[in-house]
Design a protein around this ligand. Structure first.
Ligand SMILES: Cc1cc2nc3c(=O)[nH]c(=O)nc-3n(C[C@H](O)[C@H](O)[C@H](O)COP(=O)(O)OP(=O)(O)OC[C@H]3O[C@@H](n4cnc5c(N)ncnc54)[C@H](O)[C@@H]3O)c2cc1C
Length: 494
């Protein structure tokens, strides 16, 4: 019997193991094992249910544009738990010179598409607005096939104010990255394509808006509307249109728990830390891998799927490929922390009439952003409470993640008082630290991934996947896990 071992039970590893076990149902030619060093599955997906509060410690949603998670919800039996956000038109505030300024209507991923709200906004100065509008006239860059940083791209097309006030917190924030080092081709290739196809970003976005409007006309209304009209059955509607951000009634861990339940306890080995991997030539030709498990011994596998973050994967392959290990370790990861704070509703005077607040670096604050959780998902707390989730750290302020709990709480409460006027003690607070878990797709990332794929080819049966290479979002990880599972199964059966 052949054996495929998956290392890491985050979204990627669970999706890979689930795909394998589904494919192998009733067949006994291949054994699957999923090894996880922690005492739980989920990786960066972690939801804490405490009393009647749903506290998201890692990701709190996935984007519905990429259907991988939505597609699995049915087979996993969690379709009825899917929840769109309450209001897509809730908007977002951007902290601007210490004040909350609403992101102008029509701004899509930093690109303005509506004239009047953009002209009226206090987010930008007049020269800043005029500079952004000049995108319509600016010619294409000559060497469009070369990558460039997000900062260089935005500066060139829309100007420095859009970079500092919108692109850095909104677009860079998704990767907790510094736009000055971020590779545009690896993170937002769509922007490059817009310039290539339509030259102006504003014109391209207007074109895409018109196309979307045409499509939406022929579809049922969005989930948020249905849900708040009290029609949960509508979740089962065919061809359902979801809000852009979707989660589950009891948080994102519903997804990873359901995957683990479907995979089954015989396959998943928790508290199993792979310390190193050795490559072994088989007597009759072919290759196998010996996995050194901390405190457990060795196991052998015909194929190994590595879903750990790139630097950790680098350490694991060091014994047989130094060059591969080096390239993997060149993909760095940054640290961040989320702080969930719950208040009595009467202690928060400011109306929570948006999805949250982005805090540009130029504001010189100690937090990156905050989400007004209960505006998006009101049933995450009992009646009479509101929940705010604050983000700390990221590429610019990683050192804050290692502060002691009372120091983190002090700075979060100080910022909440200054920005929102909240002076009350929170009734509940939870700090979750994510140390070196956010992969940075910096300049040269595409070349690094290409080099990793080339080295991978040299090691039959070795499969490297996960958030560090072609997308950090949960749907990207699920798709990567599924595709890798297929490749590994084809390999062991070949
Ligand atoms: C605070 C935060 C907010 C986020 N928000 C969102 C969001 O809203 N939407 C979204 O789509 N994405 C979001 N992300 C990103 C997304 O959550 C991650 O990219 C994704 O969950 C990564 O999944 P993964 O399985 O590739 O990696 P991980 O979740 O990191 O899983 C890897 C697993 O491998 C295990 N492992 C590592 N080394 C070994 C070893 N040697 N032996 C055994 N096991 C090992 C680890 O313990 C871990 O469980 C967020 C991330 C963070 C940290």
């Amino acid at each position: 019997m052949k054996r495929i071992v998956v290392i890491g039970a985050g979204a990627t590893g669970l999706s890979a193991a689930y795909a394998l076990t589904q494919e192998l149902k009733g067949q006994s030619d291949v054994e699957v094992l999923l090894l996880e060093k922690q005492d739980r599955v989920g990786g960066q997906i972690l939801t804490v249910l405490e009393d009647d509060f749903v506290l998201e410690c890692g990701p709190d949603c996935f984007i519905s544009d990429k259907p991988a998670v939505l597609k699995l919800a049915g087979p996993l039996g969690i379709e009825d738990d899917l929840r769109g956000t309450r209001s897509e038109s809730g908007g977002t505030y951007i902290l601007t010179n210490g004040k909350l300024v609403r992101m102008p209507e029509g701004v899509m991923m930093m690109i303005p598409t509506k004239f009047k709200p953009f002209i009226g906004t206090k987010l930008l100065t007049w020269p800043g607005k005029i500079r952004a509008a000049m995108d319509v006239f600016i010619p294409r860059r000559k060497n469009l096939d070369d990558d460039e940083t997000l900062a260089s791209f935005v500066n060139r097309r829309l100007g420095k104010e859009i970079l500092d006030r919108l692109a850095e917190p909104l677009v860079g924030g998704i990767h907790a990255s510094d736009p000055e080092t971020m590779s545009l081709a690896s993170t937002f290739p769509r922007f490059l394509k817009m310039e290539k196809d339509d030259r102006s970003l504003i014109m391209a976005m207007l074109k895409s808006k018109r196309k979307m409007a045409k499509m939406k006309k022929n579809m049922p209304p969005a989930d948020a509307v249905e849900e708040f009209e009290g029609q949960p059955e509508a979740h089962k509607a065919p061809k359902k249109r979801w809000t852009m951000f979707v989660s589950f009634k009891n948080g994102m861990q519903t997804f990873t728990d359901a995957l683990a339940a479907a995979i089954g306890p015989d396959v998943i080995k928790l508290k199993t830390d792979v310390a190193a991997i050795e490559k072994k030539a088989m007597p009759g030709g072919g290759t196998s891998y010996v996995l050194k498990l901390k405190g457990v011994g060795d196991i052998e596998a015909d194929a190994v799927i590595l879903t750990s973050l790139a630097p950790q994967t680098g350490k694991l392959v060091e014994s047989f490929d130094n060059a591969l290990a080096g390239t993997l370790q060149d993909i760095t990861c940054v640290s961040s922390a989320t702080v969930n704070v719950v208040y009595r509703a009467e202690d928060v005077a400011l109306p929570l009439d948006a999805n949250g607040v982005l805090v540009p670096k130029v504001e010189g604050r100690e937090i990156m952003a905050m989400t007004w959780v209960t505006t998006k998902w009101p049933d995450r707390v009992p009646d009479g409470y509101v929940m705010i989730r604050v983000f700390v750290g990221g590429a610019f302020r990683q050192e804050l993640v290692s502060l002691a709990d009372d120091e983190v709480m002090r700075l979060v409460r100080h910022e909440l008082e200054d920005i929102m006027g909240i002076t009350a003690e929170p009734v509940k607070a939870r700090i979750s630290r994510w140390v070196k878990t956010m992969p940075q797709y910096s300049m040269g990332h595409l070349e690094r991934v290409a080099a990793i794929r080339e080295r991978e080819e040299a090691h039959a049966g070795l499969f490297i996947t996960g958030a560090s290479y072609s997308g950090v979002g949960i749907p990207d990880c699920v798709t990567a896990g599924q595709e890798t599972a297929r490749a590994a199964l084809d390999y062991v059966r070949s």
